[in-house]
Every structure is written in C-alpha cells, then in structure tokens.
Design a protein around this ligand. Structure first.
Ligand SMILES: [Zn+2]
Length: 306
C-alpha cells in the first residue's frame, strides 16, 4: 500500500519541489516568525527562498539630481526629494522597512517627510514593506486600482499567474488610486504613472525628471515585466489572454517612453549595476521580457511548460 501510494505520488509529480530560480515566486514562503524582541506584525520576516539575496545590504546612492536609491542589492527602492516632501518608490519585503528608513536617514532626510510611497505591483517582494513604511512615515501609498486592491488585502489577485504559490503580507490601509498617465505633482517634481500590466494586471511604472542645473534626465522606475507563473498556469488559456495583451501594451509603452535612466524593480532584470543609464535601456528591458514571454508561449504550445 505504501509502495503504491509512493508510486502514485511520484507519478503525480508531488515530489517535485518548485525550483526557486525564477524571480518573485512565493516558493518556500513560510509563515512569518518574529525574531525581534518587540514583535512588530508589520515587519515580521517573510522567509522567501531568495530574501537574503534580494535584501543584500547596499549603501544609499544618489542617481541624479535629487533622486536616490535607498534599497538593496537585489530589490530597488527609490527616494525622490521634491523640495516639498519626499516620495519613495516600492517597499520591498516587510522586514526591509527598517533598513530602508535607515538609508533615508543616512542621506540626511527625515522619514516623516515622506508624503507618498508609489507601488509597482501587489506582490510581497515589492509591497510587503509598504504597510510598515506608511505607518512609520505617515505617507499615503499610491497604486493603480488593481494594485491598490491587492495591497489593501495583502494578497495576490484571483487572476494572478502566481496565485498558486500562495502567501500573504501586511495590508495597507491608506491608499490613493491613480490612473495610467496621471501626474502626481509635489514640490518641483511631477511624477507620471505608467500602467505596465502583464506580470500583474495592476502593475504600474513611474517616471519623473531629475535635474542638475539645466540638465534634466528622465528616470523610469519600471515594474517587473517578468512572465513568471506558478506551475500549471497557462498564458495560452482564456484566463491568460489579458495578460499577454497587457505585456504587449507594456512593451509598446516602454519602447515609447523617454528613458534616460532605468531603475528596474529587480535590478538584475535591467543589466549590470543598480540602474541602467545606457541609451535604449527601457527598450532593452521590454525586449528581454518579450523574449521570455515568447519562449514561455512556445513551451506551452509544445506541451513543454511546467
Ligand atoms: Zn512580482
């Protein structure tokens, strides 16, 4: 009986543990365990298999003008000083919030001056720290309508290609919804929301000018465009069609954007270093995703997809 059960399990593929090689899977996520003396539910670590790599410490760094990086070796978090308040982009994992705020302070800023935190997508690796960051700074989190739904719930949407991985994160209660093309003006900087669906239907990229004297560069903080799914998901199914169409829309958008400096939500998706200031960085970013999606679709059609 045991042998038969073993055989049945083996045939069903249940032995196969998903490999944590693709970005942003919830594979190996376990319930948060408190390691700090004062248990803070909003910064309880999510033990993702790639958390240590994503959160590799990195010093805060100026990009151009009054725009900075305050995140990590494997996850981007940006800080913009608008002259009349600060704006953060993305929040990494829950346990990352104290280090992000420490980086903000190390640059000489007060986290209480953070007015907005812009979100690229409702997943735990970019949105997990938003609740703690919003609480500690008093800032409002800004996202697309679909993004805000996920961030409020602290969970993936019912149509998310990675839904089967499961996992939740601290939900955000102070949210502002913006539409594609909407401009968020604060101080001397206007930040434009750029809907870039595909990885999730609520994914949003953000662009703004960074100036030094008369020289201005357009910075694009791009949401993840990685076509990564839980096993068994099919982009070639009816449920997958809006995602494929979303990716196509996002590629066109990334190709058309003025983009002098690309910050990718996962920096390793944008080439070497923490950001990419080479000409055509946003187009190359879109091309990388287009190639991955084409391969995935071909694998699905050939019956080779997991
Ligand atoms: Zn993601």
């Amino acid at each position: 009986m045991i042998a038969m059960m073993t055989m049945a399990v083996a045939l069903s593929g249940a032995w196969q543990i998903p490999l944590p090689i693709v970005e942003e899977t919830n594979t190996h996520v376990v319930a948060g365990t408190a390691t700090t003396p004062a248990d803070d539910p909003l910064t309880r670590p999510i033990a993702a298999s790639r958390a240590a790599e994503w959160l590799a410490p990195a010093p805060p760094e100026k990009i151009f003008g009054t725009s900075y990086l305050v995140g990590f070796g494997g996850l981007s978090v940006a800080l913009i000083d608008t002259g009349d308040g600060l704006v953060l982009v993305d929040g990494a994992l829950p346990q990352a919030a104290p280090a992000i705020l420490a980086n903000v302070r190390a640059l000489g800023f007060d986290p209480k001056d953070i007015k907005y935190i812009l979100s690229t997508e409702p997943h735990y690796d970019h949105g997990g720290g938003l609740a703690a960051l919003a609480r500690d700074s008093g800032a409002t989190v800004v996202a697309s309508a679909r993004g805000a739904e996920g961030l409020r719930a602290g969970a993936m949407a019912a149509d998310d290609p990675q839904l089967a991985y499961g996992g939740t994160w601290p939900g955000v209660d102070r949210l502002r919804v913006v539409k594609d093309g909407e401009v968020l003006a604060l101080g001397k900087i206007a930040i434009t929301a750029r809907a870039t669906p595909g990885h999730t239907m609520g994914s949003m990229s953000w662009s703004w000018p960074a100036c030094e004297g008369k020289i201005c560069k357009q910075i694009v903080f791009a949401s993840s465009l990685n076509p990564v799914t839980a096993d068994g998901y099919r982009y070639t199914s009816a449920a997958g069609a809006p995602f494929v169409a979303g990716f196509e829309k996002s590629y066109r958008k990334m190709n058309a954007l003025k983009c002098d400096i690309l910050i990718s939500a996962h920096p390793d998706n944008a080439g070497e270093g923490r950001y990419n200031a080479k000409p055509g960085a946003c187009r190359a970013y879109a091309e990388r995703s287009r190639g991955l999606l084409a391969k995935r679709l071909a694998d699905e059609r050939a019956g080779n997809a997991k």
